[in-house]
Structure formats: C-alpha cells, structure tokens
Design a protein around this ligand. Structure first.
Ligand code: PNS
Length: 161
C-alpha cells in the first residue's frame, strides 16, 4: 500500500490544506493528515481536539484519508506506520527556505522517507491559517477560504477579542 503523510499545525485547516490533501489522496492509497506540534508556533488558537474535529469534518468526503495527532517527530511517526512519503504544499517562494530546511533535516533523520512538494492551487496561494486568524480577529470575512464549519468556529472564537 502506498501511503503518504501530510503534516501540519492545521490551526485551523484551510481550503489550501484541503486542496493538497485531496490531490494527494488521488495519488496515494492512503493519506494521513496529522496534526503535529510546531515549536515555532506557541499556543495556537484551536486545541488539538478541535483541530482534529475540523480536519475530520473537512475530509469526510475523502475515503482514503486518516486523521491523527502526534507530539513526536514526524519521521518517527511515519516510520512506525510504514509511511514512506511526506507531502507538503508550497505556496510561494517564501515557503521554500523553511520547507527545504525541514525536508533536509527529515532526510537526515531517516533517509528512507522522501518529501514531495505540491504547488498549491493558485486561488489559495496567499491563504495561511495565520493570515485568516488575523483577518477574523479584526472583523474581516474569510468566506470561501475555509470550510463552513471552520468559518463558523473562527468567528465564534475570535469575535470577542
Ligand atoms: O503547518 P506548519 O506549522 O508549517 O507545520 C510544521 C510541522 C508541524 C509539520 C513541523 O513543525 C513538524 O514536522 N513538527 C513535528 C516535529 C518534527 O518532526 N520536527 C522536525 C522537523 S525537521
């Protein structure tokens, strides 16, 4: 079975993430969308349980997607489950340096695990969870950039801030 993992903070899942998950699910037999801890992003808006709930709802139409969370190393998680490929979305040139560093470090940690990059769909190339949270916080609309339940939860979380 060809398996891939799509790791991320998913705080919260956006249509940009979903585009990558859907496309990977057409290529691989099973795709794992896994919430990991990113030490560069402290705290976060949604709890891990909330992120998982939103991811599960957003991907429920894709039968070969599994949702999970881990507070360990990405390569350890992948190795333990026989997952050989990490799929990451690249939005803009500015993503490249950060992703390149992570891919090389992951390769050093486990040379059996490959990282593949997919270019994000043009319509979501400027979408990030961070920018969406900022827009919501100041009363802007994120309609059409996140699944409906995520939109609802973002407004509910941020409207009193
Ligand atoms: O959505 P993000 O925040 O850009 O995703 C980054 C993430 C969570 C994939 C990255 O921080 C990660 O892989 N964390 C797991 C811990 C790990 O393996 N760190 C070493 C990366 S070289």
């Amino acid at each position: 079975m060809r398996q891939a993992i799509i790791p991320g903070s998913f705080d919260p899942v956006t249509y940009g993430h979903l585009d990558i998950i859907e496309r990977a699910a057409r290529i691989f037999d099973r795709v794992w969308a896994v919430v990991f801890h990113n030490p560069e992003k402290n705290g976060g808006l949604f709890t891990i349980a909330e992120r998982l709930e939103l991811l599960a709802e957003a991907t429920k139409h894709i039968p070969n997607v599994c949702i999970d969370a881990s507070d360990g190393l990405l390569v350890t998680y992948a190795r333990e489950r026989g997952i050989g490929v990490v799929v990451k979305g690249l939005r803009a040139f500015s993503d490249f340096e950060y992703e390149f560093k992570m891919a090389l470090m992951n390769k050093r940690l486990d040379e059996q695990i490959e990282t593949l990059f997919m270019m994000t769909a043009t319509e979501y190339s400027y979408v990030s969870s961070s920018v969406l949270k900022e827009v919501c916080q100041y009363g802007g609309s994120v309609h059409g950039l996140v699944p409906p339940l995520v939109e609802e939860r973002l407004y509910a979380k941020l409207k009193h801030r």
